[in-house]
Design a binder for this molecule. Structure first.
Ligand code: GFB
Length: 306
């Protein structure tokens, strides 16, 4: 497991433990810097893992991607190249590569089918991250074709859950809104400022549902069934405005919402077509309101301003 402490990795570890898998090994940052090829090669040679979940990445919301483009493309390409190549060199039986729905063209038809990859230009606010993730997809595909490996690439939609990032500068929208409304309520602030226009649409998948999907694929399916990439989502989306009203209600904040149109909206919509993953036996099971309530409870119980 590369990236076991983050939003995705911690959900996968939780599900693996619940399923009785105990022989898990991790590459926690900063003890392991997966951008360092020698370190990665040394780890694989020493540990000889059979299965690899590649969930480590430099991630962030729309502002972080726009602020640190060089780090987003370099870090994520180096992590992918090092881990995928070492997995091949050490005979890993199966690797599961975590991508993102931002790899699709900004104005592709909705819902997004896997076949729309590289059919047009990307959303500028997350092009660096998207290019790195597309490179990882292609690495897995061509290693499978040339070396007969089983490296699967999954494309989750926007994710949320426990152990998310709640830093207001670098986080994604859902955790940012939980924190903003919660703190505004405690401080009795008259308004909360949100970014953009509120008009973009987003799809949100609870992290533990994603964990079930990736473990299902790792256990039961192969490259000839998943293809080069496979979407994982709920198949439903809503506007950021609707999300804000929902989180405002769940956090019981009674002030106003103000939109700062100087901040970017990003891509207008990125709803995934989830026909393929549904046909392979997985469907999302956590509703958005239920999921947000669970994350809000986790935030109030466990989150510490890091
Ligand atoms: O989640 P988010 O940062 O990234 O923003 P993307 C989603 C939408 O929420 C944008 C709006 O239209 C934001 O302008 N928004 C409103 C806010 N208020 C806020 C706020 O306080 N914080 C944040 N963060 N957004 C990401 C990519 O795109 O999607 C990542 O940047 C990754 O690389 C992820 O691919 C899945 O959904 O636009």
């Amino acid at each position: 497991m590369a990236g076991n402490t983050g939003l995705v990795g911690s959900a996968i570890v939780k599900k693996l433990n619940e399923d009785g898998y105990t022989n898990l090994i991790f590459t926690p940052y900063p003890e392991y810097d997966l951008r360092d090829q020698a370190q990665v090669n040394q780890f694989f040679k020493q540990e000889q893992p059979d299965y690899v979940f590649l969930a480590a990445a430099k991630v962030g919301g729309i502002l972080a991607n726009s602020t640190y483009p060089a780090e987003f493309i370099y870090d994520n390409m180096m992590i992918a190249c090092n881990v995928i190549h070492a997995a091949y060199q050490n005979g890993v039986q199966k690797l599961l590569n975590l991508g993102s729905s931002c790899i699709y063209p900004r104005n592709a038809p909705q819902p997004l089918k896997e076949s729309y990859l590289l059919t047009s230009t990307l959303e500028p606010t997350n092009e660096p991250y998207a290019i790195a993730k597309i490179a990882a997809i292609k690495l897995c595909r061509y290693y499978n074709e040339q070396y007969n490996t089983q490296f699967l690439s999954v494309m989750p939609t926007n994710l949320y859950g426990p152990n998310d990032n709640f830093n207001l500068e670098t986080s994604h929208v859902l955790p940012a809104l939980i924190r903003k409304f919660h703190e505004a309520k405690l401080k009795e602030l008259p308004e909360v400022v949100l970014w953009g226009t509120g008009r973009p649409r987003r799809e949100f998948l609870y992290s533990e549902d994603l964990a079930e999907a990736v473990i299902h694929l790792m256990k039961h399916h192969e490259f000839d069934e998943t293809g080069e990439l496979i979407n994982i989502g709920t198949g439903n989306d809503l506007t950021i405005q609707e999300l804000a009203e929902l989180i405002k209600r769940i956090t019981d904040y009674s002030g106003r919402i103000v939109w700062d149109a100087s901040k970017p909206d990003g891509t207008p919509q990125k709803l995934l077509d989830v026909t393929k993953i549904n046909n392979l036996g997985w469907k999302a099971s956590t509703g958005l309101e239920q999921g947000i309530e669970m994350v809000y409870a986790w935030f109030m119980d466990s989150w510490v301003d890091g």
